[in-house]
Design a protein around this ligand. Sequence first.
Ligand code: TEU
Ligand code: CA
Length: 531
Amino acid sequence: MENWYKEAVVYQIYPKSFCDSNGDGIGDIQGIVSKLDYIKELGINTIWLSPCYKSPGDDNGYDIADYRAIAPEYGTFDDFMQMLDGIHKRGMRLLMDLVVNHTSDEHNWFCESRKSKDNPYRDYYIWRDPVDGHEPNDWKSNFGGSAWEYDETTSQYYLHLFSKKQPDLNWENEKVRDEIVDMMNFWLDLGVDGFRCDVINLISKDFSSPVAGDGPKLHEYINLLNKRALAPHNAMTVGEVWDLSPEESLALTEPSRNELSIVFQFEHMSVGRDKGQRFTIDTFSPKKFVDILAKWQYGLANKGWNAICIENHDQPRCINRFGNTDKYRYESATMLATLMYCMQGTPFIFQGQEFGIINPTFNSLSECRDIEAINAYPELRKKYDEAEVLRRFSMDSRDCGRAPVPWNNNDNGGFTTGTPWIKLNDRYSDINAETDIKNEKSVYNYYKKLLALHSENQTMLYGEFILDKSSDSLCSYVRSGSNGKYRIILNFSDKECKNEYPFNNDQVILSNYIFDDNKILPAYAAIIIKI
Ligand code: TEU
Ligand code: CA
């Protein structure tokens, strides 16, 4: 199938936190192998694996020291091939993480590059002279501070849009482009099926702009990767791009352009944050959230394709942000899933989301691991006391999604027999995969039914999307296509609301309550009806 990405149902694995097979407290490839049946059983046909390459781990693997080597803490190359084979044998596909905006400073290219101005690898990275004794411009690193680091050996600055240990590659250099194409073909030739492309809009820089990225050669570079690596392998790609409009998304994905298959949009993830900034708090408006999703449904209709995502390794758990972790955990988790995965687009599910994991609580900075939170701490402490900063980290730091997956109610949720590299959520004895699978009314069993409906129903896959109602409680949309019409009815609040779309119980395809009176919808009700 040429456009197989449209029928992909993707499960994201963050290897460090997924499953530890050897008791060192770190998830690994054999841990993944042991869970392939579990993933398949959920209704997944594609796995996206966050980086598992050799890395010093400054940004948990998004700082790559060797693009062609597996990190020893995750296993061997043979383990990797066994996993790939196991994925394919089960009729699933594998997307690797393609992190090519930057490498680790411990990558051999950078070790050479920083040695001297005439080193053959010098132009693999972006080096600039100081301007009046200062940084070349005022670009900021995503992890705080200047994006420029002064290197004494050659008295120049290098650019790093993330940590200092993640120098940006110089895509202007043809040799860099050739190296990346070769590396992509290396994985594709081994049988890998595609890539999730990390911060892909940053690879071309616009030096005249106050913010880096979306440079003039972006489309040219992606088109080149498409022609020389992706298209010949019919590979799927999903680009990670922040702050883009539907028009910009189409410019990267319209099939005639031969660039990417789809890109994520994270606009809805900013609702509830002040100006979209992390660690800030704004009132959460369900209406705004649904309206943004609808804008993207309409914006890409018949021209592009959505990537439907509400959690990943950079985000806290969706129940904490948009639902209710205590009284209505099941109801809000399943309502959010219904809202998202009945829309048109490829579902992305982050490990543990399928059984309603919630954020851990961080009680001290020493429990936090993420470079973004640790770097932000001193500035936040100037504004808030210790308890408030930790409360914000427990709500909104990237570590929230990175807590280990609890598989059962054994010690450490069965994630490891050793000491986990980061703490688990304390409620793992009741929120874990095994308990949820056994419980008929559970987030896991609802996800399984919902994903089956998504995959087996032509209307759910390809049908038109029509928004009828968005508000801070009742929301409703219709999907209409070759397999008939369906209405999705949701109560996006923790109070009862009036239902404007009455139905008979025999119309119900899936719902998270059993209804006697359908004129009143209980908190976080979600119903899919045939109309
Ligand atoms: O994320 C890019 C990115 O923009 C976020 O890290 C962002 O800076 C942050 O969430 C804002 O609060 C990608 C990866 O998903 C992330 O894990 C990496 O750290 C980053 O790129 C660098 O490779
Ligand atoms: Ca391990």
